[in-house]
Design a protein around this ligand. Structure first.
Ligand code: HEM
Ligand code: HEM
Length: 255
C-alpha cells in the first residue's frame, strides 16, 4: 500500500488500552452529563456523578499524558508552529494525533476541565448544587454557574468539530481514525520506535484520578449537610459563615 517509493509501511500500536478506555468512557460520561443537564430535575444527581467521573478521567489522562506510552504523551503530539506548518504543507508524517487534531485534543481537554470545575460550584437554585457550591459566596457561585452554561455552548461547538473532523477524514481523506481508537492499531510510514507505558505509570495515573474524584466528591458529601439543617437564615449558610453547628454536621456527614 505504501505509495512513496523509498518508505516502508508498518503496523503500529498507536493508542494503548488506557487511552482507548479513557476515550470511550469519556464519551459515555460526557453524553450522560449533557443529557441529564438537558432533562434536569432528579437527573441532576446523575449529572453531578457524571461530572465527577469526567474529573477522574481528565486527571487520569493528564497524568498518563506525562508518564504514559510514547503516543499518549502530550510532549509527543504538542502542536508546535513548525509541526502545524509542515502539516498544512502536506509534509507531516508522524504517528498519532496530527498537529491540528492535537490542537483540538488540548482544546477539548481544557474545556472539559473548565466545564467540570465550574460545575462543582454551580447551582440550579432549586434542588441541586455542585459539591463545592457552599465554599464560595453566592455571587461567585452565580458567576461560575453562568460560565458553566456559557462554556457548555463552546463545548457543543468543539464536539461538533471533533466528530465532523473524524467524519471528514473517513469520507474525504479515506482514513478511518475510529478503527485505531477501537483496536489500538494503525498503519504508518517508517514509524519511529515507541515505548509502552509502565505498570507504575498506570498505577500512578489511576491513583491521581482517584484522589481528584475523592477530593471533589467527599467535600460534596460534607457540604450538602448544612443545607439539610432547617435553618431560617439560608442565605447566611450560603455566604459561608461556618457556624459551629454546621461544622459539627459536616463532620458527622463526612464520616
Ligand atoms: C462526547 C463526545 C467526545 C469527546 C468528549 C471526545 C474527546 C476526545 C479526546 C479528548 C480525544 C483525544 C484522545 C487522547 O489522546 O486521549 C479524542 C480523540 C478521538 N476521538 Fe473523540 N470524543 C468524543 C466523541 C467521539 C466520537 C463520537 C467519535 C467517533 C465517531 C470519536 C472519535 C475519536 C477519534 C477517532 C479520536 C482520535 C483522533 C486522532 O486519530 O487523532 N470521538 N476524542
Ligand atoms: C464536563 C462535564 C459537564 C458538562 C458537559 C456539563 C453540562 C451542563 C449543562 C449543558 C448545563 C446546563 C443545563 C441547562 O440548564 O440547559 C449544566 C448545568 C448544571 N451543571 Fe453541569 N456539566 C458538567 C459538569 C458538572 C459538574 C461536575 C457539576 C457538579 C458536580 C455540575 C453541576 C451543574 C449544575 C448545578 C447545573 C445547573 C445550573 C443551572 O441550572 O443554572 N456540572 N451542566
Amino acid at each position: 500500500m505504501g505509495s512513496s517509493s523509498n518508505q516502508t509501511t508498518a503496523r503500529v500500536h498507536v493508542w494503548d488500552l488506557p487511552v482507548r478506555i479513557f476515550h470511550w468512557s469519556l464519551v459515555a460520561a460526557v453524553v450522560t452529563a449533557i443529557t441529564t443537564a438537558e432533562i434536569g430535575g432528579d437527573w441532576m444527581e446523575l449529572h453531578g456523578k457524571a461530572g465527577l467521573a469526567i474529573i477522574g478521567l481528565l486527571a487520569f489522562r493528564i497524568t498518563w499524558g506525562v508518564v504514559g506510552s510514547t503516543h499518549a504523551r502530550f510532549a509527543n503530539f504538542a502542536p508546535t508552529p513548525a509541526k502545524i506548518r509542515s502539516y498544512l504543507a502536506g509534509r507531516w508524517q508522524g504517528v498519532g494525533h496530527n498537529p491540528l487534531g492535537a490542537l483540538a485534543v488540548f482544546g477539548l481537554l481544557g474545556l472539559l476541565a473548565a466545564q467540570a470545575a465550574t460545575g462543582l460550584f454551580s447551582s440550579d437554585d432549586i434542588a441541586f448544587s455542585g459539591p463545592l457550591f457552599s465554599f464560595v459566596d453566592q455571587s461567585v457561585a452565580d458567576r461560575l454557574t453562568g460560565y458553566h452554561h456559557w462554556l457548555s455552548n463552546v463545548l457543543f461547538a468543539l464536539l461538533g468539530l471533533h466528530v465532523g473532523a473524524i467524519l471528514f477524514y473517513a469520507v474525504v481523506k479515506r482514513n478511518n481514525l475510529v478503527i485505531p481508537m477501537l483496536t489500538g492499531w494503525t498503519v504508518a510510514h517508517s514509524p519511529k520506535p515507541a515505548r509502552k507505558g509502565s505498570v507504575f505509570a498506570l498505577i500512578l495515573s489511576i491513583a491521581i484520578a482517584a484522589v481528584a474524584v475523592y477530593g471533589a466528591g467527599s467535600a460534596g458529601a460534607a457540604v450538602h449537610a448544612p443545607a439539610a439543617v432547617p435553618a431560617p437564615v439560608a442565605s447566611e449558610t450560603a455566604t459561608a459563615v461556618p457556624a459551629p453547628a454546621a461544622s459539627a454536621t459536616r463532620t458527622t456527614a463526612a464520616w
